[in-house]
Ligand binder design. Structure first.
Ligand code: GLO
Ligand code: MG
Length: 344
């Protein structure tokens, strides 16, 4: 069964190029302007942080938030776009400095949960049932400051409260091993799925696997995808690339390791990814050196590379592959793949 692929990205993927050592180098684009670019670049879906859909939402009542999200849905309709997911942005508020759901301060944990419920309201108003939880600050810089067992219990408690708040909504946890924290509590796909099994509704907990995050954990993205697929839990992907164990680079898909990218496309295609409505998200950043007028190429390039690798994967001679595998002639297999990637 082959996959069916539609593409999404988030408004944060078109950005001004600031990094921890320097200010913005490109002009800001309004969200409304970004929306006009999606279709031109070949994308049909939008990924949202809650406050991408409803800016300044902490100053609004729940009713006002729902009304504004409803307007955003109309804007999406006008552009022929749909919302893939909403992610509560729980890492910028002063109350989430020491973590959101795992903060040692009960008032801060309360804020995180209430904000997450508003994100669920926004998802409903936008017409999606998927919430992505990137657990950004759920970790610590020093082991003695927080209790890792209690942290897991608090994550389960918060997720249970969200599951109970809305009986339909599904959650895709986006694991990441580090950054902004030194060590995160839910660093890999296995941790995320296991966390789901501690909740009251494991069938509503899946994962969003990001290639760069997997590389930062020292693992192979296509293997992590295989693990999630075997559990029926691969509900979104954030494809990108990463040059070794550094800061989270979000490089264009396939820009660093083409073969690693190929294997991600191949496993998604072989197991019918997208046939149940899953999207291919490209969580890529423009290089800081990229000039303003061409600072969306990372998105269209990533999609182009995905489709090219898909073509290569589908053109492989299955009988030849099976024969090499049957003979255990993995050197021949190796050369066949490399030659295919070289276009030979
Ligand atoms: C950062 C994450 C981030 C999330 C996004 C959605 O490392 O990849 O971009 O994917 O905030 O929650
Ligand atoms: Mg991501």
């Amino acid at each position: 069964m082959t996959g069916e692929f539609r593409f999404t990205f988030g408004p944060w993927n078109i950005h001004e190029g600031a990094d921890p050592f320097g200010p913005p180098v490109r002009k800001s684009r309004a969200f409304s302007e970004k929306l006009t670019i999606y279709k031109e670049l070949g994308f049909d879906g939008v990924q949202f942080h809650d406050d991408d859909a409803v800016p300044e939402m902490n100053d609004l009542s729940p009713e006002q938030i729902i009304a504004q999200a409803g307007q955003m849905r109309e804007t999406l309709d006008d552009h022929g776009l749909v919302a893939e997911f909403v992610a509560p942005r729980l890492w910028e508020d002063p109350r989430t400095i020491d973590g959101a759901y795992t903060s040692n301060d009960p008032e801060c944990r309360h804020y995180a949960l209430e904000r997450s419920k508003r994100a669920i309201d926004i998802a409903n108003a936008l017409g999606t049932d998927l919430i992505v939880l990137w657990l950004a600050r759920e970790g610590t810089y020093l082991r003695e400051a927080k209790d890792s067992r209690v942290a897991v219990e608090r994550l389960v408690e918060a997720i249970n409260a969200m599951l109970e708040y809305d009986p339909q909504v599904r959650f895709a946890i986006e694991p990441k091993p580090n950054e902004p924290m030194d060590q995160a509590y839910i660093p890999t796909t296995g941790h995320a799925i296991a966390l789901g099994f501690l909740t009251v509704a494991p069938e509503r907990i899946g994962v969003n696997i990001e290639s760069a995050h997997v590389v930062l954990a020292g693992l192979d993205p296509s293997d992590e995808m295989g693990f999630a697929l075997a559990h029926g839990k691969l509900w979104s992907v954030h494809l990108n690339d990463q040059n070794g164990l550094k800061f989270d680079q979000d490089r264009s898909f396939g820009a660093v390791d083409l073969r690693r990218a190929f294997n991600q496309v191949r496993i998604l295609d072989r197991y019918g990814y997208g046939r149940s409505g899953e999207w291919v998200g490209l969580d890529v950043k423009a290089l800081r050196t990229q000039k303003d007028d061409v600072a969306t190429r990372h998105l269209s390039n990533s999609r182009t590379v995905f489709l090219k690798l898909l073509e290569i994967s589908r053109s492989l001679d299955d009988e030849k592959l099976e024969a090499m595998i049957g003979e255990r002639d993995y050197e021949a297999l190796d050369l066949y793949i490399v030659q295919s990637l070289l276009g030979e």
